[in-house]
Design a protein around this ligand. Structure first.
Ligand SMILES: C[S@@+](CC[C@H](N)C(=O)[O-])C[C@H]1O[C@@H](n2cnc3c(N)ncnc32)[C@H](O)[C@@H]1O
Length: 223
């Protein structure tokens, strides 16, 4: 049985691509990933490279599973770590009950890169991603985290729950407009930007699509 490797590629810089990820890509007959992911591995790709877009995700995840079933080794590239709002959840759904040997190759998530950049421990934070939708349940969990006073780190989605919408939501959930926040854009890339701001300032902020929002609520953890 050939392998389907779900490969974390890290936050975007070549410096954070692991040797294990490179090895998985080099040995793959089929490599599937977004253009920016494929570009990172252009020197390693030996097999067929297939570009993933917002429109063809389901079709290409099925293609990944079918290729593995036919005995081809597949590398499915997932930005950051595959297990945090990455491609692991949808591919697990697709391979369920199929004869596919799936392995996950971990990597540095944008969440970890953000925590490192801000010199913050993240083991007691509340972590959120709104990439798979901003359901009422998820928003209620965010409001609960606010009440608990934990530091919060989250991935906004400009189409689903943008940074501005999140800032308004947090103020409605009871946070002061002066609450300190950090917006970390394009982490590890040459044009990385870290903005120290407040919730009120985020109301008018245009941020990059690659952004992590950190909300400082826990007074015990100093920066
Ligand atoms: C679909 S989610 C994938 C998350 C990914 N699995 C991870 O572990 O980082 C995509 C979101 O991750 C965040 N992201 C990914 N790379 C980033 C980077 N280099 N800098 C800041 N945020 C990043 C952004 O919020 C982006 O919209």
């Amino acid at each position: 049985m050939a392998k389907l490797n779900v490969v974390g590629i890290g936050p975007g810089s070549l410096d954070y691509v692991t040797p294990a990820a490179r090895k998985a890509v080099r040995s793959a007959a089929v490599v599937i990933g977004a253009e920016r992911s494929l570009r990172l591995f252009r020197k390693d790709i030996k097999g067929e490279a297939v570009a993933l877009t917002a429109q063809n995700v389901t079709a290409l995840l099925n293609y990944a599973a079918e290729s593995a079933e036919k005995g081809k080794t597949v590398a499915l590239l997932s930005t950051g770590d595959p297990g945090f709002s990455g491609l692991l959840r949808p591919i697990l759904e697709i391979v369920k009950g199929r004869d596919v040997d799936l392995t996950v190759i971990p990597a540095v998530s944008s969440i970890q890169a953000c925590a490192a950049r801000l010199r913050m421990c993240w083991d007691e934070m509340s972590l959120f991603s709104f990439h798979k939708g901003a359901t009422a349940e998820k928003k209620a969990q965010l409001a609960k985290a606010v009440k608990e006073g934990k530091d919060i780190m989250l991935l906004p989605d400009p189409k689903v729950f943008s940074l501005r919408e999140i800032a308004h939501f947090l103020v409605e959930a009871g946070l002061a407009k002066e609450t300190p926040v950090f917006v970390c854009e394009r982490l590890t890339l040459s044009d990385e930007r870290v903005l120290e701001s407040t919730l009120a300032q985020v109301f008018n902020l245009d941020c990059d699509t690659l952004s992590v929002l950190f909300i400082k609520l826990n007074q015990r953890q100093k920066r």
